[in-house]
Design a protein around this ligand. Sequence first.
Ligand code: ZN
Length: 49
Amino acid sequence: MQRSPDPLGSCTECGTSLFDVDVLVAYETDDEREYYAECPDCRTVVHPR
Ligand SMILES: [Zn+2]
């Protein structure tokens, strides 16, 4: 399991960067890893991009 300081993506609601610690669910698709994360700022569960 790789740990990276880089953000996974940004909140689609407010643009806050989302990190490993914010991830609720991670799952694999055909060729990439997808995440659902709770934004620490606006508390919305988003699909970071
Ligand atoms: Zn947010």
